[in-house]
Design a protein around this ligand. Sequence first.
Ligand code: G16
Ligand code: MG
Length: 218
Amino acid sequence: DIKGFVFDLDGVITDTSVFHSQAWHQVADKVGVTWDDELADALKGISRMDSLNLILKKDHKENDFSEAEKEALATEKNDNYLKLVNQMTPANILPGIQDFLATVKAKGYLLSLASASKNSPLVLKKLGLSDYFPKAVDPATLTHGKPDPEIFRRGAEILDLQPGECIGVEDAAAGVQSINAAGETSIGIGDPQILSAAAINFTDTTQLTLANIQQRLA
Ligand code: G16
Ligand code: MG
């Protein structure tokens, strides 16, 4: 029986995946790496440093920067990102998400957060959703990022649930892989071709309802 939901944040609860992309795009331009949609998708769910390394690798620039220079580029991306986050309000919650959270909470399901983002507490606060997520995996404590199962496994653990009792909700291919490898039921929200590994595909957040989930699992 499903007893809990382990949520990704960026791209599922809110549209910050666009902000992450915008912030990285500026850094890519600066280092002379060509930006495209495929790169933007590959960065979803990937930690800050891993993202920078992926960007540099795309145009074979991974050896062109010292560790200190890479730290500076990652900080620059985060500064770009925080400028966008600081303008956020509850209007940035994706459609249907607030209703879904309220419904599952009222029905007694447990909720936890499995976001790779070190900015997730701030983002939840800007959205007014912190109270739904008293339990969150701290990404700073992880050994491996998505697609490794560690983050979603911990998302179940902090709820005292077995992975089989949890549904993980993701917008990134790396995140869906992490959910599946953790032994949870995966919901992928977004392009069904990119998220084909998900047990359940929804094209957008308005489809995320308990009725739709029950229908797809039946
Ligand atoms: C998110 C984003 C990624 C971002 C990562 C780290 O993961 O999808 O693009 O690189 O967090 O974010 P930060 O630089 O803020 O620590 P998720 O897991 O919430 O989708
Ligand atoms: Mg995401």
